[in-house]
Design a protein around this ligand. Sequence first.
Ligand code: PMT
Length: 397
Amino acid sequence: MKNLKVAFYVTGGIAVYKSVNLMRELIKRGAEVKVAMTTSATEFVTPLTFQVLSKHAVHIDTFSEEDPQYVQHIHLADWADIAIVAPATANTIAKLANGIGDNFVTSALMATTSPIFLVPAMNEHMLEHPATQQNIRTLKSRKAYVMEPDTGFLAEGYSGKGRFPESEMIIEELEGYLLAYKGERPLKGKKIVVTAGGTKERIDPVRFISNDSSGKMGHALADAAWKKGAEVTLITASTLPTRKQIKRVQVDSAKEMYNHVNESFETLDVLIMAAAVSDYAPLNQEEHKMKKKNNVTIELQKNPDILKEMGQKKVNQFLVGFAAETENIEAYALKKLKEKHADLIVANDVGKKDRGFNTNDNEVTIYSNVDQPVTISLTKKDEIAENIIDIVIDRTE
Ligand code: PMT
């Protein structure tokens, strides 16, 4: 979103109050936003609110041409990298689909050659009306992006489809749309499975053996792969959120994780094992909460080594494993690369407090059979993930 020039068109529905927050979120992410409103939109929220927050005058009247240098609605359309219509009412959608430019917003949209992203919000029956549905289809056929409205409690007092989605959801979808629009989707058509988080091995209904993995590294990798166009499944033992375009499979134990990876393995292109899989699980899981005793012995049995097993059965799949080490990092990483038949091993030092487990940052060295090791110095896990995915792209092209 950084430096993205957004022409933000606000049309008249109750969801206008929510679009204020959407605009703020865009600005927070580095976008420059200029707003135009229909007169109906100004009935719900005053232009001053948008002006103060965007730090630009708000356009409403096509004919108040205060700067003789420019025709304002054409100038705004030409200036923007993207036009966002939020909320987009049935009326404005209809006008846009039928080439009507009878106010500042619709005239500017008619003059727009940059991508158009619409966030419809209206009453459910208005949304379902055949005319609205036909108009949405028309706009989509012209390559405008029309977001699916949310379902839930409507201003009318009943539940239905037509709600303005949460800002986070809109921004996630917008990011994907922008990447697709720019054609930066080298992983399009590729199926990638990422594992994340520390597995939990149950002792009894309330106790388990686990580790410090937060899932941040795995979730960042899933996100980075999705941004590059992959069809991503995230098999996670973490409670961190996921964007809705990523298929999420929630698991607890190593065995559950194994089953899901194994099920999908034949059809996937890339497997990234960022999860901290417990090497052992209690041999027996107690049905009821264990009662206190002075000494307790829990017998453990070895869990399946998911990466190793997939390494043995791989055909064309590209395997990325991690190595969480506290000493002899290079030697152990190279051993894992060989023994697990991985294509890449991402080694991290988990003995340091500022990286590895449950931190926002990491430092890794990536080992492979074909290239020299690549070190990515201490930085955000998001950035590490992007670098790893770029290497995956290079190696799988
Ligand atoms: O989740 P975060 O808080 O962000 O922390 C990130 C991380 C430190 C967990 C991550 O960067 C990391 O190192 N993940 C791998 C942790 C691990 O289990 O490492 P390992 O060296 O024990 O295992 C080697 C590889 O085999 C790993 O890819 C692991 O997923 C896999 N493995 C391990 C055991 C097992 N039974 N099955 C496996 O597939």
